[in-house]
Design a protein around this ligand. Structure first.
Ligand SMILES: [Zn+2]
Length: 409
């Protein structure tokens, strides 16, 4: 069920006359203007219940009330992200072998993929999505057998829900690197080319001054990044049941790379995911590699057969065709969900068979991309959504033992 609100339409009849048409369902806010602090915003949902039974509304620890969020990032903007990972996850023809300008095979097996999905808990399928960490200086159209992504490819990934993370303009690390300039120049060119602001930084690896990573961390946090992946900081597995301190977060990721024994890395990672799924508390894990083509690019990559095995096994076990307990989403999306989750205030008022849910939203940074909250609804009643504030996109599941409302703000 989907209720995309478009309650307010402005129709211009002539130069002197404006007519405002209110289309149902619209929520009457006039009788209860709530108190709110500067920058806060209030939105409402109204539910119709099937009985007078009590209702408990709580914020889902993870979007769609999943048990584990898995963020997977491909560093350095290699072309295999588009040639193999994108069609495997979203559905389509995977590239056949593709020798790049460095004589590495960035292609895959040429097969057709139906896509890999989890559900939103409300009967909609959502494709697995990854993040890419890019160096804008390396993005371009040439040569024909280029090893890096092009701007249209990065744009397509972004439009398909992938997050684009800042990995420094040149991937520079050596002595003399201007860290702030690396951060800012990358933001600036991506903004100029694609129209959005990157807000999550991944420190590039390489030779550099002792502790150069710390200088990068501070340069990124000082210049608009909300968190930084580095060799320092929080562990790759983040518990999310309680409030997560995301402010200026510096954290580590788990590196994944194919070894000599085929599929051994994937099998080891899969057993880790199995153990995380058995934990009683929800959690968030961040993994990364570089290429996902047939060659093990720079010996820092997951080869395509192993990547395909890993992702399809995850989808079969924990995606829509399995337990459906996984939220496969890029780092920025999960970061922004938890940031908002920890700041939204929920109040409910029940009158007989009607329930009003009031959500007081914090001031959200302009550079945020994803603004969503999922609510768990616990009650023996079934329910329907009968009205909502304008500009919300809402899906819900009002029956059974997993009642849920997903709200995009
Ligand atoms: Zn890198």
């Amino acid at each position: 069920m989907n209720m995309k609100s478009d309650s307010l339409k402005v129709v211009m009849l002539c130069s002197l006359c404006l007519l405002y048409l209110f289309k149902t369902p619209a929520f009457a806010l006039t009788d209860s203007i709530p108190r709110k602090a500067a920058g806060e915003k209030v939105v409402y949902l109204k539910l119709k219940l099937s009985s007078m039974a009590a209702v408990t509304v709580s914020k889902a620890p993870l979007k769609y009330n999943k048990h584990l969020a898995l963020s997977f990032t491909l560093d350095d903007g290699y072309r295999s992200a588009f040639l193999t990972a994108y069609p495997l996850l979203h559905g389509g023809r995977i590239s056949p072998p593709f020798p790049d300008e460095w004589k590495n095979d960035e292609g895959g097996d040429g097969s057709y993929s139906a896509g890999l999905f989890f559900s939103d808990g409300c009967a909609h399928a959502i494709p697995f999505r990854l993040g890419i960490a890019i160096n804008a200086a390396g993005i371009g159209e040439l040569p024909v057998n280029r090893g890096h992504l092009s701007w249209p490819e990065v744009h397509t990934l972004y439009q398909s829900g992938w997050d684009i993370l800042n990995h420094g303009y040149h991937h520079a690390t050596k002595h003399g690197t201007d860290y702030e300039n690396e951060v800012l120049q990358n933001v600036s060119l991506v903004k100029n080319k694609l129209g959005f602001t990157m807000t999550q930084f991944i420190v590039p690896g390489g030779e550099g001054d002792k502790d150069y990573q710390k200088a990068y961390e501070q340069a990124a946090l000082k210049n608009g990044s909300f968190s930084v992946a580095s060799v320092n900081g929080a562990e790759p597995l983040i518990p999310v049941k309680d409030t997560v301190n995301l402010t200026s977060l510096i954290y580590k990721r788990d590196f994944m790379s194919s070894g000599n024994i085929p599929l051994a890395t994937a099998k080891q990672r899969l057993s880790l995911l199995d153990s995380l799924m058995r934990l009683t508390e929800p959690a968030w894990l961040h993994e990364f590699t570089h290429g996902v083509g047939n060659s093990n690019l720079w010996s820092l990559s997951v080869v395509f057969p192993e990547f395909k095995y890993y992702m399809t096994t995850i989808a079969g076990k924990y995606g829509q065709k399995g337990t459906d307990k996984l939220w496969m989403a890029p780092w920025q999306e999960v970061y922004e969900y938890i940031w908002l989750r920890d700041r939204v205030k929920i109040e409910t008022t029940q009158k007989g068979q009607e329930l009003i849910i009031k959500m007081i939203l914090p001031e959200i940074p302009d550079t945020f991309r994803h603004t969503a909250i999922s609510l768990n609804i616990q009650t023996t009643s079934s329910f329907d959504l009968i009205s909502q504030s304008s500009n919300l996109s809402v899906s819900y599941h009002g029956k059974g033992d997993k009642k849920l409302i997903n709200i995009n703000l």
